[in-house]
Design a protein around this ligand. Structure first.
Ligand SMILES: Cc1ncc(COP(=O)(O)O)c(C=O)c1O
Length: 405
C-alpha cells in the first residue's frame, strides 16, 4: 500500500459494512418493517452518502443545503426525511409533495400545513411531529445533553403537542402519521430508548393516533465494545412499541449518525518534532484538535500508536504531551505517561474519529484533510482530496482581481 501523506481520515469499508449489517439485522429481527435515514449532519462526505444510498438508506436532512446536497447525489424526494426547527419553505413543499417524510418542530410549520392543505385540497398529506417530553422525570439517572432539557419539538406535558395534533387533525387532507422521538442524552442508555418508545405508545393511545411510522431518531452508541449496540437498543425499543403498534402497519424509523461510522473511521497523523521545554516533552504532530474536536470540549481521544522503528532501544519517558499543528496553545490532545519516547515519523492514529469531525472541521490555518476509503479487498480510493487554496479561494473576490484565484 502506498505511503499516504498525513494527516488524513481513513474509512474502512469492512467495518462500515459490519455496523450496517448489525443495524439492519437488529431492525429486521425485532420489527421487520423498518427504514433507516442516515443523519447527514453527522458526516456529509459525498462518498459516504452515496455509499449509504446504495445500501438502501434514506437521507435525514436538517437544512436547505443538506437537502440540495443529497438530491444532487441522487436521493429522490421519497428518500428524504426532513427534520429541524428551521425549515425552508420551498424544501418543505418539495418534500411534502414528493412523498418524503417531514417531522414538524416549530409553530410556523403548523401555519404552513394549514396553507398547503387548502392550496392542495385533492392531495392527502402524511406528516410527523417531533415530541418533546420530560426525560429527566422519565429517567432521572440519565445524563442529559442539557440540564434544562431538550429544546426541540412540541412539549407533551404542557399540552402544546396536543394542540398541534388538534390543529392538524382539523384539516381534512392531513394525516398525523408519525411521531419523532429523537432526544440527545450524553449517557445514551438502552433504558432511555425504552422510555421514549413507551412515550410513543402513551401519546398514540391518549390522542387516538393511527401511525404510519414511529421515528426513534439517533443517539445510539456504536463501534464500542464496552457499550450497548443496535441489538440491545432495538430489542428494548421494539418490546415497548409492540405493546400498541403492529409492525405490519407502522414503520420503525432509525436515524443513526455517529454510531454507524465510528468504528470504521480513523484520523491518522505523524509526529513531526519532539521538543523539550523546562523538563516537559511536547510531541508536535501534523493533525490537530481542530480536526477531531473543533468545539474544544473533549478531553479523551481514543487512539493507538504506530512506531517508525524498533522501540526496544528507546528511552521510557515519564510524560509526553501530544500536540497539534495549529499555533494555538490549547491545541494539546492528550498526555502519554511512562511510555516509549516518540520520535519524528511515528504515527498517532485516532480511532472512532469520523462522526461530527470529517465535515465539522474549521477552515482554520489548514483546510479539510483528505479522506481515503479502504475497500474490503485492501485497495484505496480517494474520497476527498485535501483542500488547498484552489478550494479556499472559490467565490472570493479582491478589489484588484475580480476573482481572487
Ligand atoms: C434529529 C436527529 N436525528 C439523528 C441524529 C444523529 O444522532 P447521533 O449522531 O447521535 O446518532 C441527530 C443528532 O443530533 C438528530 O438531531
Amino acid at each position: 500500500m502506498k505511503e499516504l501523506q498525513t494527516p488524513f481520515f481513513r474509512i474502512k469499508e469492512k467495518d462500515l459494512l459490519y455496523d450496517i449489517s448489525l443495524l439492519k439485522g437488529a431492525l429486521s429481527e425485532h420489527w421487520g418493517n423498518y427504514l433507516i435515514g442516515y443523519s447527514v449532519k453527522t458526516n456529509s462526505l459525498p462518498w459516504l452518502l452515496t455509499y449509504l444510498k446504495g445500501q438502501g438508506f434514506y437521507a435525514e436532512v436538517v437544512s436547505q443545503t443538506e437537502y440540495d446536497l443529497v438530491t444532487r447525489l441522487g436521493f429522490s424526494e421519497e428518500e428524504v426525511i426532513y427534520n429541524s426547527p428551521i425549515k425552508d419553505r420551498k424544501v418543505f413543499e418539495s418534500v411534502l409533495l414528493g412523498g418524503g417524510y417531514i417531522n414538524l418542530d416549530s409553530n410556523y410549520e403548523l401555519d404552513w400545513m394549514e396553507e398547503l392543505s387548502s392550496l392542495y385540497p385533492n392531495r392527502r398529506f402524511r406528516i410527523g411531529l417531533r415530541v418533546n417530553c420530560d426525560i429527566a422525570t422519565l429517567c432521572p439517572e440519565e445524563t442529559l445533553a442539557s440540564e434544562e432539557g431538550g429544546r426541540f419539538g412540541y412539549c407533551y406535558e404542557n399540552g402544546v403537542l396536543k394542540n398541534a395534533i388538534d390543529r392538524l387533525g382539523a384539516l381534512p387532507n392531513v394525516w398525523v402519521a408519525g411521531l419523532h422521538l429523537h432526544s440527545s442524552t450524553q449517557s445514551r442508555t438502552v433504558k432511555v430508548f425504552g422510555a421514549l418508545a413507551k412515550m410513543a405508545v402513551q401519546i398514540a393511545r391518549e390522542y387516538n393516533l393511527s401511525l404510519d411510522y414511529v421515528d426513534m431518531g439517533g443517539g445510539y452508541f456504536g463501534g464500542r465494545d464496552d457499550k450497548p449496540d443496535y441489538r440491545d437498543y432495538f430489542k428494548e425499543i421494539c418490546k415497548e412499541l409492540s405493546v400498541y403498534f403492529d409492525p405490519q402497519k407502522t414503520i420503525l424509523i432509525a436515524e443513526p449518525g455517529v454510531s454507524l461510522i465510528s468504528r470504521a473511521t480513523t484520523f491518522e497523523t505523524s509526529v513531526i518534532d519532539v521538543k523539550e521545554i523546562r523538563g516537559r516533552k511536547f510531541v508536535v504532530t501534523d493533525g490537530s484538535r481542530t480536526n477531531l474536536n473543533p468545539l474544544v470540549t473533549r478531553h479523551v481521544y481514543p487512539h493507538h500508536l504506530e512506531y517508525i522503528s524498533d522501540t526496544s532501544v528507546r528511552n521510557i519517558e515519564a510524560s509526553q504531551w501530544i500536540c497539534g499543528a495549529t499555533c494555538m496553545e490549547y491545541d494539546r490532545l492528550f498526555e502519554i505517561k511512562e511510555d516509549v519516547a516518540l520520535i519524528p515519523g511515528d504515527r498517532v492514529i485516532y480511532d472512532t474519529a469520523g462522526g461530527y469531525t470529517m465535515c465539522l472541521n474549521p477552515l482554520f490555518i489548514n483546510y479539510f484533510p483528505a479522506v481515503y476509503v479502504e475497500h474490503t479487498n485492501g485497495s484505496l480510493f480517494t474520497a476527498r482530496e485535501a483542500w488547498g487554496n484552489d478550494e479556499y479561494l472559490q467565490k472570493n473576490y479582491t478589489e484588484t482581481n475580480q476573482e481572487a484565484r
